[in-house]
Design a protein around this ligand. Structure first.
Ligand code: SF4
Ligand code: SF4
Length: 69
């Protein structure tokens, strides 16, 4: 049996993030935050992969991807 479960999570291209905070405002589970004032960072354990942040991001730097957990 394959015990590796894949889940969909938000992934930020941190080099392209402009730290506007739009994603932080729309996340229903507070899984994304601005760190050091320069980039968004996702807490993967908390992210439910809803994709709201990705839709909202004006710079289109968030993608929702399958990641191993
Ligand atoms: S995909 Fe949904 S839960 Fe995950 S960081 Fe974005 S808004 Fe939050
Ligand atoms: S909405 Fe996009 S550009 Fe703005 S802080 Fe979030 S990831 Fe960065």
């Amino acid at each position: 049996m394959d015990l590796v479960r894949k889940k969909r999570k938000a992934v930020v291209d941190q080099s392209a993030c402009v730290a506007c905070g739009c994603c932080v405002k729309v996340c229903p589970v507070q899984a994304i935050e601005i760190v050091r004032g320069i980039t968004a960072q996702v807490t993967l354990d908390r992210c439910v992969g809803c994709g709201k942040c990705a839709k909202e991001c004006p710079a289109s730097v968030i993608t929702v991807q399958e990641v191993g957990t």
